[in-house]
Design a protein around this ligand. Structure first.
Ligand SMILES: Cc1ncc(COP(=O)(O)O)c(C=O)c1O
Length: 386
């Protein structure tokens, strides 16, 4: 297999990066214990806060070398006081992963699990929060496994009412879908570099108020590497990281953040929305029924559709890959039943047009190949029967 293969990545991370981001990756070789890296980290933290519409006076953006799961595990393992209970609300793969991460660190984890793609029932959330005090509640903003956006603001208001801190996993939605990080009740928000921020994978970001970060000093960290309080102190006091950071990824993310700010956060979200509207119209026209109708809040990151009649996911994936496009399939109960189409990074309308031509062709070829295989099987069975 050629590692040079440059496919159009229509998955929700990794993404095809802008050439400026690719150049930034190798633009310098700063030592991470010297001034240059400290300036870079200062610039990156400031840029991330600007994308989040937060002031450095009240908030911090802590950058950790690791994928999106590093943000989730750093927060969940660091912010729960000894013996504190955690409520994880889920309606898909990534909510369920949050529940597993929490159960690993905290015996007092309760999991309020909705079916995949089922909207979160706020009445049930309210009842759970009244039944017991939870130090921390965790929820995913954009459930990437389905494409549903969860009502984070409403969940945050319920948490605020009972004095629970809410952690929001915005790993796939930050910089693509609106999220008020200052909504009362939200304590921390996590994201990653390689999705809607459209840089390379490998860096995780945690946003929170200085107050919330400082409170971590009173809590025993459950991990060394992902001790969020330590990451915060190193960043705030020294513009540094506790361990060796993936410096080239910091250079690339700093440039990616600059690109987001140049385009404007609202304009970028609008562009991604319009790509998804185009994708939804074209998928429907090809007979790929959407997982959700228009009454459901869906993200600007991706669209999930059922596979067309008689087309298996693996055959379709391979046919699309041969035509230069990478898409994602389903997980869990959606395995082999759906396809997901994203348009992050440098994917533009021309690329999407080309994708839909390839998709129509791929569906026709897969159906023809399957029909031929079926015919051969029938003929072979006939021969065997004679
Ligand atoms: C909502 C959400 N949370 C967490 C993760 C895990 O991120 P990573 O695979 O970067 O660790 C993902 C990955 O797709 C995600 O979409």
């Amino acid at each position: 297999m050629s590692l040079q293969a440059n496919h159009r990545l229509l998955c929700p991370g990794p993404v095809n990066v802008d050439s400026r981001i690719a150049r930034a990756l190798t633009s310098a070789e700063p030592c991470h214990r010297e001034d240059e890296f400290e300036q870079l980290l200062g610039s990156l933290m400031g840029g991330l806060l600007a994308v989040a519409d937060l002031s450095p006076k009240t908030h911090a953006a802590v950058v950790i070398t690791g994928s999106g799961s590093a943000a989730n595990e750093a927060v969940i393992s660091s912010i729960v006081p000894e013996g504190g209970a955690v409520l994880v609300i889920s309606n898909g793969e990534f909510g369920e992963r949050l529940a597993r991460t929490s159960a690993h660190h905290h015996p007092q984890t309760e999991h309020l699990a909705f079916a995949w793609g089922e909207p979160i029932d706020l009445v049930r959330v309210g009842a759970a929060l009244r039944a017991r005090h939870f130090a921390v509640v965790a929820v995913v903003h954009h459930e990437t496994s389905t494409g549903m956006l969860n009502p984070v603001r409403d969940v945050a208001a319920l948490c605020h009412g009972v004095g629970s801190q809410l952690y929001v996993d915005a790993v796939s939605s930050f910089a693509a879908d609106p999220l008020d990080l200052q909504a009362p009740g939200i304590a921390f928000v996590g994201t990653s570099a390689g999705k809607a921020l459209s840089a390379y994978p490998g860096l995780a970001v945690v946003f929170g108020t200085h107050e919330a970060f400082v409170r971590l000093e009173a809590i025993r960290p459950r991990t060394q590497y992902l001790d969020l309080g330590r990451h915060y102190r190193m960043a705030q006091e020294h513009s540094q990281t506790p361990n060796t950071p993936a410096v080239p990824l910091f250079l690339a993310l700093d440039e990616a953040v600059r690109l987001v700010l140049e385009e404007g956060v609202a304009a970028r979200m609008q562009r991604l929305r319009s790509h998804q509207e185009f994708i939804r119209t074209r998928l429907s026209a090809l007979g790929c029924e959407l997982l959700f109708d228009a009454s459901v809040a869906t993200s600007n990151v991706l669209t999930t559709c059922w596979l067309p009649e008689g087309v298996g996911y693996e055959s379709l994936r391979v046919a699309l890959r041969q035509r230069g496009f990478i898409v994602y399939g389903g997980k869990g109960p959606l395995l082999n039943r759906v396809m997901q189409v994203s348009a992050l990074g440098t994917v533009d309308r021309d690329a999407l047009q080309a994708f839909f031509e390839a998709l129509a062709d791929a569906i026709a070829c897969v159906r023809l190949a399957d029909a031929q295989t079926e015919l051969q099987t029938v003929t072979l069975n006939d021969v065997a029967a004679e």
